[in-house]
Design a protein around this ligand. Structure first.
Ligand code: PLP
Length: 380
């Protein structure tokens, strides 16, 4: 019997090593990794620049408390804010923690506690983040949740307008729901949110844990919408495989997180920051992001050409989902594994494709061929 809690439905594959988009299991079988550790290893496995960054840092300083100044965190924060309309950063270790920080910041700043969230969202597994998550399967069984989260249907303008009153501190959402099915916010809904936030002085929290740091073809996904969030949470791709999370906030929030209000021992750890700095320096280069957009366009076109016409492709950048004409996709993910393509489902009906942002066209071709063979056979 395993000495591990069985809280993950693990697949019977043990990955031992990887290079770029390719990984190998313990019996030497090769796979194309179109999960990237669920949108984490955005620069591919064993990226030499990230390996060098962590090697150099590991020979200098592994950890120092946030009791002391951190020029490295200052630099990473500066890089992030220079690339956004946001002014300040706080670093932590994961997406859930980033969302906890966002929720705490919004509540403390406004003095209000009510936060609007959406069905099928996913914000993490800690109590606050779980309470913000619009999926019963994530929330059930843990007793009373953190109160004052109202869950509304996603992309429903009328429901949102009806729910707004003076008690609302913030609206919190993902711009493409990742775990919930690769569902993108509509332009109409984004416009309604921005109007409500502007008119009512409500804070906008955008969870970019999965969509951020180049995943959707821009630095952050909100850049492709009319939205100007007050708080952005991030994690996953920020560390390229090393755990780090964080939030960015607008200038008016600066005084709210003052000394002693929030913190974490490991947040902004030197090893994590050394890697994250290397990641953002690479990913935020316009040519890099342009290449992601070109790869995305090519990938979508190939999928549309080769998959059955009842299928549709959702998502943006290299965060794509295949909706298989309403079929349940759970049986097909293991078949794709067997054929050498690692994917991850998003809700019951969508196969999610999250290759490293460094994926090549040849690898996309190989993945599309596997998808075509595996899915068409099963769906004909
Ligand atoms: N927010 C979003 C949008 C996510 O996709 C996830 C993880 O899948 C999280 C938050 C939670 O992040 P973590 O698992 O690092 O706590």
């Amino acid at each position: 019997m395993s000495a591990l809690f069985q809280n993950y439905a693990r697949r019977p594959i043990a990955i031992e090593s990887g290079k770029g988009t390719v990984v190998y299991d313990t019996v030497g079988k090769k796979y194309l990794d179109f999960t990237s550790g669920i949108a984490v290893c955005s620069l591919g496995h064993a990226n030499p620049k990230l390996a060098e960054a962590i090697k150099q840092q590991s020979e200098k300083l592994w950890h120092i408390s946030n009791l002391f100044e951190s020029p490295m965190q200052e630099k990473l924060a500066q890089t992030l804010v220079e690339n956004t309309h946001l002014s300040h950063a706080f670093f932590c270790n994961s997406g859930a923690e980033a969302n906890e920080a966002a929720i705490k910041l919004a509540r403390k700043h406004t003095g209000k506690h009510h936060i609007i969230v959406f069905e099928q969202s996913f914000h993490g597994r800690t109590f606050g983040a779980m309470s913000a998550t619009g999926q019963d399967k994530v929330r059930n069984g843990f007793g009373p949740l953190v109160s004052q989260f109202t869950t509304l249907p996603f992309n429903d303008v009328a429901a949102l307008e009806n729910a707004i009153d003076d008690s609302v501190a913030a609206i919190m959402l993902e711009l493409i729901q990742g775990e919930g099915g690769v569902n993108a916010v509509t332009e109409e809904f984004a416009q309604a949110i921005q109007t409500i936030c502007d008119e009512k002085g409500i804070l906008l929290i955008v969870d970019e844990v999965q969509t951020g740091i180049g995943r959707t073809g821009t630095r952050f996904a909100y850049e492709q919408t009319v939205l100007k969030p007050h708080i952005v949470s991030m994690a996953k791709g920020l560390g390229g495989g090393f755990p780090i999370g964080g939030i960015l906030g607008v200038a008016e929030l600066f005084d709210t997180f003052n000394a002693g209000t929030h913190g974490t021992t490991f947040g902004g750890n030197p090893l994590a920051v050394a890697v994250a700095q290397t990641v953002v320096d690479i990913v935020f280069e316009p040519a890099f992001l342009q290449n992601v957009q070109q790869l995305s366009a090519y990938f979508v076109e190939q999928l549309q050409t080769h998959l059955p016409s009842t299928f549709s492709v959702q998502g943006k950048g290299l965060m794509l989902g295949i909706y298989c004409g309403g079929e349940d996709v759970a049986p097909f993910v293991p078949k794709l594994d067997e054929a050498g393509l690692l994917t991850v489902s998003a809700g019951p009906k969508v196969i999610r494709l999250l290759p490293p942002l460094t994926v090549t066209k040849d690898e996309i071709d190989e993945a599309v061929a596997i998808l075509k063979n595996t899915l068409s056979v099963n769906f004909v």
